[in-house]
Design a protein around this ligand. Structure first.
Ligand code: KG4
Ligand code: ZN
Length: 297
């Protein structure tokens, strides 16, 4: 609900910044720069952050740093040790994006594969909704899947060429599957919830990893990372560990606190941009569809 989200940003931004300064035990006059998320995201929420950051940088007379949200998800891997080596491949999976990114340095990244329709997080959330689960449904599917049989049900998958993904077909397939089963047994969902969730998760994770392996072989890269909200998924984490063993990969999986959206990842991205002196002027505006490639400029 974009309108509610931007209103919540407006109400919370001053107390949140205030609390952050208190927790860090620093005075605002000690800050060396202000960074903000320029995009991609919901315009209303981005506008609040962008205008607040611009005003604060102007008032304190310090540089302003724009951050790309997807780039920040990847750079969350550099908050704690061990840090991945370059070049690395990162599977970035969130509510709005599904990308395989070739990361050549902290600030040089290229998207080599991505979804042509829904993001995988959306596929989790929308199928969860069909099951009557609350939003966001991804973590709930993960929870029920733990006690389910991942091979109980199979769903047809859309094959995409190259390194691209498509997740809208699977959502429709699950919709029809549930409709048919509910006709036979109106209690089908509650009687089989764990198995349904495990099977959905198994299918989505399988689709993600198959293309990741294809990319790793194509670019001959063995440094592999995952990032974004869906990287909290326990099925993805354990299947990645298995694939890493078979493929000889070194994998990097973020701490749970750095998987879903967080300010630490924006801070670490800004740190590298500060070192590279990549600042922006007061004319900068929010960019809801900001691309990852543009962020090194
Ligand atoms: O990165 P994020 O916090 O926000 C965006 O930038 O979109 O990702 C949110 C997405 C939601 O779709 C949510 O359902 C999904 O991440 N998610 C999960 C899990 N935790 C969060 N999906 C599957 N399993 C999880 N454990
Ligand atoms: Zn995110």
């Amino acid at each position: 609900m974009p309108e509610l989200a931007s209103r919540a940003h407006q109400q919370n931004i001053v107390p949140v910044v205030d609390q952050a300064l208190k927790n860090a035990a620093i005075n605002k006059n000690e800050l060396s720069a202000i960074s903000f998320t320029r995009g991609p995201g919901l315009l209303g929420a981005l506008l609040v952050g962008t205008s607040f950051a611009k005003s604060m940088a102007l008032a304190l007379d310090i540089p302003l740093i724009e951050v790309n949200h997807m780039q920040a998800h990847i750079l969350a891997h550099f908050i704690d040790d061990p840090n991945p080596q370059f070049p690395l491949l990162c599977l970035t999976v969130s509510g709005g994006h599904t990308q395989i990114v070739l990361v050549e340095s902290h600030l040089k990244m290229k998207v080599v594969g991505e979804t042509r329709d829904d993001a995988v997080g959306e596929a989790f959330d929308k199928t969860a909704k069909l099951l009557g689960l609350s939003y966001p449904g991804g973590p709930l599917i993960d929870k029920y899947a733990k006690d389910g049989d991942p091979n109980r049900f199979t769903f047809p998958q859309t094959e995409m060429p190259g390194l691209n993904y498509s997740f809208s077909g699977i959502k429709t397939a699950i919709l029809y599957f549930l409709r048919d089963e509910l006709k036979k047994n109106e209690h089908f969902i509650e009687e089989n919830l764990n198995d349904i969730c495990a099977s959905i998760q198994h299918t989505l994770v399988g689709m993600l990893l198959q293309k990741l392996r294809k990319a790793a072989r194509k670019y001959r890269i063995k440094e592999i990372a995952i990032a974004g909200g869906v990287s909290a998924n326990s099925g993805l984490r354990s299947a990645l560990a298995d694939m890493a063993k078979a493929e000889g990969w070194e994998t990097y999986i973020p701490d749970f606190q750095y998987c879903t959206d967080n300010a630490g990842m924006i801070g670490i991205a800004a740190h590298y941009k500060y070192l590279a002196q990549q600042f922006v002027g007061q004319e900068v505006s929010a960019l809801p569809r900001m691309k990852i490639e543009g962020s090194e400029k």
